[in-house]
Design a protein. Structure first.
Lengths: 620, 185
C-alpha cells in the first residue's frame, strides 16, 4: 500500500484516491488477466507470470501495467486477457501466446487474430471487449469493477471510487436516512427470498438489545450458482463496504462473513481485504474519525448446504451442528448469541455502495415495478456462452439465453431453464418472453433464488432433473424435522422408481400430494422449497412423467433402464465404427453388412449411438 | 459472547478424567500448535476441527476428545459437529483427494459417467479410500466452477471440460508420479 498509514478522515481518503489514480495513469497500457477460479484452472496464473517476465525482459515494466483481476464472469473463454487501451479482448490465452501479444498488441498496436473471440452467430472476429455480445447485453453495476482492479489491492479499489459511499454515509447521512434510501431504492434480498433489505435493516435498528450483529451470508451452495464466489474473489472490498454501511445504519459493531470452505480463493481474498482495511483504519475503532467502530470476522463454512438458511448459519457460527431454528423469533430480534442480527447475502451487500453513491431514484429507475436494480445470473448448461451475467430486473429469459448467451449449444432445441437451484423450478419454452422478476418467476413455479440459471436442451430428461435435485436435498436435509427428512427421501425414491420404469399413475398423484405436505410442514426454507423442482416439472412436463410411467419410455433418452438400442438395417452401411467403440462387444456383423446389437449383452452406454454417422443406431 | 451452556458446566465438574480416551496412536502434541490463538469456547469448535484435520489429514477419535477437553465443550457436541459437516472425516484419507463435482451444470454435462469411470479405475466407491492410501474419491454438491463443467479437483487443482477419457488421463498422471503434474489436460 502507498504512503498513507491510516485514513483518519474523508480528506485522507480523497488524498489516497488521488495517489492511487495517479499511479494508475503512470502506465501507458494495461494488461488485465483474469485470475478467477475458472481461469486459474485453465492456466491463468501461468499467463500472468509469462506477461511479467516477458515485459521485464523487454524493459516495459514501467509503461505496461500487469493486473491480475478477479473473476470477470466469462469463465468459459478463459484464460481471458484484455489489453487496455483500446480494450482488445483475447480468449483462451496460453503462456506461449504471451510474447506474440506483447510484440504485436502492446508494442505495435496490432491485434493477434487467432486469440480473438469469434461471434458464433456471424462467424466474425470481435476485437473489442465492449462489442462482444456476452458483455454488450449486460448492465454491470455490482460487477462494474470485476475486471478493473486487482482484488487484493485496496489501493485499486479506492482509486476506482471505493469507500466513497462509506464516507458519504458517515458524513452526510443519518442511520435513518440510509435505511430510508435503501428502502426507497427497492433493494430486495439477493439470496433467494427477495425480502426488502431496508425493512430488514429497520427491524434490527429498532431492536433495543445490544450488541447487534451483521452477517454476510457467503455460503453459496445452490448447485449452478457462483456469483457470490466471483464477487468475494474479485471485489471483496465492495462487499465489506456494504457491510460497514449496514453496520452503521443498524448500530451494529460486530460482523461476520461466512464463506464456504469450498471457495479457498474467496477466503484468501476476503482475509486480505479485512487485513488491509484494518491497517488503513477503515475497520476497527473510530472509522474515518467519526467514532464508529466496526469489526469483521471471517468464518469458514464446513460443508453443509443447510447453513445457507439464516438460522442454521447462525447456529453454525456459534460452533454447533448447523440445524435451523423455528422462526419467530426472527434473527432481527434474537439471532447470533440471542442478539439482534441482520443477515444479507453477498450480492445484496455489494448493491449497497452504488445505491448510497447514486441515490435511491437512480437505482429504482432500473427493473420492474416490484423488483428493482440488476440481478446477476450464472448462466450455465447447454448454452453457447457460459458465465456470469448481470442484467436489469425485467430482462426476459430469451434475451439472457439467446442474445447474451449466444443461443443453444450445438444448435439444439431449448427445452427448459432451471432457475433457483434445488429450491427453484423449470421454466419451459413458452415462458421465454416473461420478464424476469421475483413475482413473475414465482407465478410459474420457479423462483429467483440466488440466480442459478441452467439451460437444458431436448436431451435433458425432466424426471431425471427432478430426481437429481431431490437426491441433493435428501442428502443435505439436516434431519431435524420429519417432513423434510422423510419427505425428501420418499419423493426421491418415487422419482428414482419412475426413471427405472417402476411406479403407477397413483404414485404420481401421491407424489404431488406429498410434495405439497413437505412444502407446508417443513421447518426451514430447505424443506419448504425442496418440492419445487418436482412440482414445477410436473406442472410443465407432465407428459414426460406419463411417458416414463405409462409407456415405460424416456423421451429424452437419458434414463438408462428405459432405453434399448437397435440398428436400422436399412441405414447401416457396415462401417464397423459402432462395433469398435462397444465396450462389451455386443455389436456384431461383417464389414459392409448391416450390424446387430445383442440386447442381452448391451449395457446401454450409448456410445454406438453417439458414434454412428448415419443415424442408424436407434434409441428408444 | 457465547451463551452460558449448562451442559458445559456439568462437564467441567466431572473433569477430564472421566472422558474415555481412545488410544489410536495420534500424536496429540501436534494439536497444541494447531489450536494456538483460538479462544477456548464452543465458537472455536469448527475452526479447531478444521485446523486439526489440516494437521492429521483426518480426525482421529483421540483428537476429537482432546479438542473437547481443550475447548471445555462436551465431547458429544464435538463429535456431533464433526459428523454433521461434510468437510470433516473420521477415517484416514488418501494422499490425493479426487473431488467430483455433482452440481447441476456438471450433472447435465455427464458427471455421473465421470464418477463411474473413476470408481471403476480406482476400484473404490464414492466416499472410499484405496487400500494403499493413494486416492480418496469424494463428491461435492457444487464447486461454483460451472463454466468448466464437468469438473473434478485433484489435490486442489481444477480440471475442467472433462469426459471419461480425459478424466482417466488426469488420474494416470497422479498414479505415475506422486507430485502434482505441471501440464493441464
Amino acid at each position: 500500500m502507498t504512503g498513507v498509514t491510516r485514513i483518519r478522515s474523508s480528506k485522507d481518503l480523497a488524498r489516497l484516491r488521488g495517489t492511487a489514480q495517479e499511479a494508475r495513469r503512470r502506465y501507458r497500457k494495461r494488461v488485465t488477466i483474469c485470475n478467477g477460479t475458472g481461469c486459474r484452472a485453465c492456466g491463468g496464473l501461468d499467463v500472468t507470470a509469462a506477461f511479467r517476465s516477458e515485459l521485464a525482459r523487454k524493459g516495459l515494466t514501467d509503461v505496461v501495467q500487469v493486473m491480475p483481476t478477479g473473476c470477470q464472469g466469462y469463465c468459459q473463454r478463459g484464460p481471458i486477457v484484455v489489453v487496455d487501451p483500446p480494450g482488445v479482448f483475447y480468449q483462451r490465452v496460453t503462456a506461449e501466446d504471451v510474447p506474440t501479444v506483447v510484440a504485436s498488441t502492446l508494442e505495435a498496436d496490432e491485434v493477434v487474430e487467432k486469440l480473438l473471440y469469434t461471434d458464433p452467430l456471424t462467424g466474425e472476429h470481435v476485437p473489442l471487449e465492449k462489442d462482444i455480445r456476452f458483455y454488450a447485453g449486460q448492465q454491470r453495476i455490482v460487477f462494474a469493477l470485476n475486471g478493473e482492479i486487482e482484488p487484493s489491492s485496496i489501493d485499486d479499489y479506492i482509486g476506482m471510487g471505493g469507500y466513497e459511499a462509506l464516507a458519504k454515509a458517515l458524513e452526510d447521512m443519518s442511520p435513518e436516512q440510509i435505511i430510508q434510501e435503501v428502502t426507497d431504492a427497492g433493494l430486495r434480498g439477493r439470496g433467494g427470498a427477495g425480502f426488502p433489505t431496508g425493512v430488514k435493516w429497520r427491524f434490527v435498528r429498532e431492536a433495543a438489545t445490544f450488541p447487534k450483529y451483521v452477517i454476510c451470508n457467503g455460503d453459496e451452495g445452490d448447485p449452478g450458482a457462483f456469483m457470490d464466489r466471483s464477487l468475494l474473489e474479485a471485489t471483496p472490498h465492495s462487499v465489506l463496504e456494504g457491510m460497514l454501511i449496514a453496520g452503521y445504519a443498524m448500530g451494529a459493531s460486530e460482523a461476520y462473513i461466512y464463506v464456504r470452505a469450498e471457495y479457498p480463493l474467496a477466503i484468501e481474498h476476503v482475509g486480505k481485504a479485512l487485513a488491509d482495511a484494518s491497517t488503513l483504519g477503515l475497520l476497527g475503532e473510530d472509522i474515518l474519525g467519526t467514532g464508529l467502530s466496526f469489526h469483521v470476522h471471517i468464518k469458514e463454512g464446513a460443508g453443509a448446504f443447510v447453513c445457507g438458511e439464516e438460522t442454521a448459519l447462525i447456529t453454525s457460527i456459534e460452533g454447533r451442528r448447523g440445524t435451523p431454528r423455528p422462526r419467530p423469533p426472527f434473527p432481527a430480534q434474537s439471532g447470533l448469541f440471542g442478539k439482534p442480527t441482520n443477515i444479507n447475502n453477498v450480492e445484496t451487500f455489494a448493491n449497497v455502495p452504488p445505491i448510497i453513491l447514486n441515490g435511491a431514484a437512480w437505482y429504482a429507475g432500473m427493473g420492474t415495478e416490484k423488483s428493482k436494480g440488476t440481478k446477476i445470473f450464472s448462466l450455465t448448461g447447454k448454452v453457447q456462452n457460459n458465465g456470469l451475467v448481470e442484467v436489469p430486473m425485467g430482462t426476459t429469459l430469451r434475451q439472457v439465453i439467446f442474445e447474451i448467451g449466444g443461443g443453444m449449444h450445438e444448435g439444439r432445441d431449448f427445452k427448459a431453464a432451471q432457475m433457483g437451484g434445488p429450491s427453484g423450478g423449470c421454466v419451459p419454452a413458452k415462458h421465454l418472453d416473461l420478464p424476469i422478476d421475483y413475482e413473475s418467476l414465482q407465478s410459474i413455479g420457479a423462483i429467483m433464488g440466488s440466480g442459478g440459471l441452467v439451460v437444458m436442451d431436448d436431451r435433458t430428461c425432466m424426471v431425471d432433473v427432478a430426481r437429481f435435485f431431490l437426491a441433493f436435498t435428501m442428502s443435505e436435509s439436516c434431519g431435524k424435522c420429519v417432513p423434510c427428512r422423510i419427505g425428501t427421501k420418499q419423493m426421491h425414491d418415487t422419482l428414482d422408481g419412475f426413471t427405472r420404469g417402476e411406479g403407477s399413475v397413483d404414485d404420481l398423484t401421491q407424489l404431488e400430494a406429498l410434495a405439497q405436505n413437505v412444502k407446508r410442514g417443513s421447518l426451514c426454507g430447505l424443506g419448504q422449497t425442496a418440492p419445487n423442482p418436482v412440482l414445477s416439472t410436473i406442472m410443465h412436463f407432465r407428459e414426460e412423467y406419463e411417458a416414463h410411467i405409462v409407456e415405460k419410455r424416456c423421451p429424452a433418452g437419458v434414463c438408462k433402464a428405459l432405453l434399448s438400442f437397435r440398428i436400422d438395417s436399412e441405414k447401416c452401411v457396415g462401417c464397423m465404427a459402432c462395433a469398435k467403440v462397444c465396450p462389451v462387444n455386443a455389436i456384431t456383423g461383417e464389414k459392409k453388412q448391416p450390424h446387430t446389437i445383442d440386447p442381452t449383452l448391451c449395457i446401454k452406454c450409448g456410445q454406438c449411438f453417439e458414434k454412428c454417422k448415419f443415424d442408424a443406431v436407434l434409441r428408444g | 459472547m457465547p451463551m452460558k451452556d449448562p451442559l458445559a458446566r456439568r462437564w467441567r465438574k466431572g473433569g477430564p478424567g472421566e472422558l474415555r480416551r481412545p488410544d489410536d496412536g495420534a500424536d496429540l502434541s501436534l494439536l497444541e500448535d494447531a489450536l494456538q490463538g483460538l479462544p477456548r469456547n464452543e465458537m472455536s469448535v469448527i475452526p479447531a476441527l478444521q485446523r486439526a484435520q489440516e494437521v492429521y489429514g483426518y480426525l482421529p477419535e483421540s483428537v476429537l476428545a482432546q479438542i473437547a477437553d481443550e475447548l471445555r465443550v462436551p465431547w458429544a457436541r464435538v463429535y456431533g459437529v464433526a459428523t454433521f459437516y461434510a468437510q470433516f472425516h473420521l477415517k484416514p484419507r488418501g494422499r490425493h483427494i479426487v473431488l467430483v463435482c455433482r452440481g447441476t451444470a456438471c450433472h447435465v454435462g455427464g458427471a455421473s459417467e465421470i464418477l463411474g469411470a473413476l470408481e471403476e479405475r480406482l476400484g473404490i466407491r464414492e466416499g472410499e479410500t484405496t487400500p494403499d492410501l493413494m486416492f480418496t474419491l469424494e463428491t461435492v454438491a457444487c464447486l461454483g466452477a460451472c463454466a468448466l463443467a464437468p469438473v473434478i479437483v485433484v489435490g486442489g487443482r481444477y480440471y475442467g471440460h472433462l469426459d471419461e477419457a480425459k478424466t482417466l488421463a488426469v488420474i494416470d498422471m497422479y498414479t505415475d508420479g506422486n507430485a502434482a503434474p505441471e501440464v493441464q489436460p
